[in-house]
Design a protein around this ligand. Sequence first.
Ligand SMILES: [Mg+2]
Length: 262
Amino acid sequence: MEPEAILIDLDGVLYTGDTPVPGAREAIGYLVEHGYPYRVVSNTTRSSRPTIASRLASLGFAIPASFIFTPAMAAAAAMTAAGRTRAALLATRDVAGELVAAGIQECDTGVQYVVVGDAGDLLTYASLNGAFRHLLDGADLIALEKDRSWMGADGMMLSAGPFVTALEYASGKTARVMGKPSPDFFALALASLGVQPGQAVMIGDDVVTDVGGAISCGLSGILVRTGKFGEDALRSARVAPTAILSSIADLPEYLESGVPGK
Ligand SMILES: [Mg+2]
């Protein structure tokens, strides 16, 4: 397949921790040079797009903020499309500011949505109980992501998922998940590129959310052996990646070979 557009995961594909994946910058340079449109599709919910773009710049990647798709963007688009923009935001101030800038009204009364991201220390008993009461009063629950955990600088960290699950358990409501593997999320990025799913490829280090999510939406899915990649996860996955590459550094060669399943 000759893809017409590329969707790229961030963490574990372009960098791990504070270290760029060797060859990743060159791979992005190749896409630009050869006219492959691309977008970055990340499940990051702690940082806004401008913050992500400046972090990428500090790692040597010249990727504009407008190329970056995050669950917060998808949430703002979904709430706006529904014509319901009054929300209680359990998110970092960085991400809350991005939602407000996108037209969401942060409020404590008449709340239509409770939006939960990975908000670290802001997720307290008081903030969660406030959210619970909004849900009892009729608000719907939006999860920016529902990941269980992530690897922090000093060990494993709780992600948004456990807190979303607590609110679901208490309220009896089911969260709408905005990030990968939500089909709406992939669709948002594809729409910005003006391509159909069958014309695009997603490259990521998570066999379930990146590769499985993309394939079930009609995209090709390339798995890289960097970041959180694990042989066990690959063996137990219910989808077969279109291709498996050692890292994104091998993407130019893959695109030139035109041979799927390499
Ligand atoms: Mg990743």
